[in-house]
Write a protein that binds this ligand. Sequence first.
Ligand code: WQD
Length: 359
Amino acid sequence: MRPKRPPAISRSLSESLRAGDGEDVLVTGGAGYIGSHTVLQLLLAGSRPSSWTTSRTPPRSLSREWPSLPGIDIRDKEALEKVFASTTFDAVIHFAGLKAVGESVHKPLLYYNNNIIGTINLLEVMSAHGCKKLVFSSSATVYGWPKEVPCTEEFDLSATNPYGRTKLFIEEICRDIHISDPDWSIILLRYFNPVGAHPSGHIGEDPRGFPNNLMPFVQQVAVGRRPALTVFGNDYSTNDGTGVRDYIHVVDLSDGHISALQKLFDGSEIGCEVYNLGTGKGTSVLEMVAAFEKASGKEIPLVIAGRRPGDAEIVYASTAKAEKELHWKAKYGIEEMCRDQWNWASMNPWGYGCPDPAD
Ligand code: WQD
């Protein structure tokens, strides 16, 4: 049975564009999974995002009104200069970066070059143009395998792979920049596990190639693109033996960026602050699969395998700091995440592309 079609986008994008009374915000990586959802929320909140993509065209269903700049590689400093020469940006939300944990282990220099050199280029150009408000897309991966849960922002940091180390290094670069120049206002957002899709079903997660993460893989099994889900380990010290994570609806995550932007513009001396964006609840692999089967009406065949190297056992967030200082709290639970993920997948079984013979 198809899930009840959730409400369409409540406010037309053209209305929001006309609103135009918000800030001019550059969103790097703005057509990616979290970036595209954040651009949409920015538009609906009345900001003027210039979304800038390096990897792909804007979501086809929204491209008519999508405020997109031409695809630019953040390692191309000259192109960055041209973007900032063309528009005075009030702030930057920086998503652009490579994010496949497994790939980063095999290609560390690609990740250090793209994520770190690219970010340094961006920060240098921002500084040269007097744009010193930044929201950076960090990750809970900087907690490594936490000794206890929930994770608070004060926990010791460690990275277990080059991707995670790029996040760690960029956080430190941001802290150093603020110390050297207090005019910088920087918010670092540590995402836990983003899943789901905008309830309209127009945008969602569409990983290129083999899906590394759990829910995009489950969605591809559900639409018949993959035969079964491999469960990496069922011998952890958890209720059902499978790994536990803090899954957060991508719309909640996007709203966290709006709250962070508001903090940057509310006049408070923010400095360089870090916030967890999660739900504060842990859910196991098998619990996520069961919730998705319920939402989709599809059976997800399983193959139980050994643990995946580098995987932590249990990770979930303390969100007290974001609730207190950003006045942000996740609204959606696992049921809505799976409902909206299935709505997107069932409407777009091949994501933004078309059947890939190699798949
Ligand atoms: C979740 C659970 C797996 C796939 C990573 C990044 C993190 C963030 C989210 C960007 C684990 C299990 C997974 C599969 C499985 N990304 N699993 N079969 O590893 O918690 O976090 O993605 O910010 O930075 O590190 O997410 O979805 O890969 O795994 O059993 O085919 O699902 O073992 O327990 P992870 P994940």
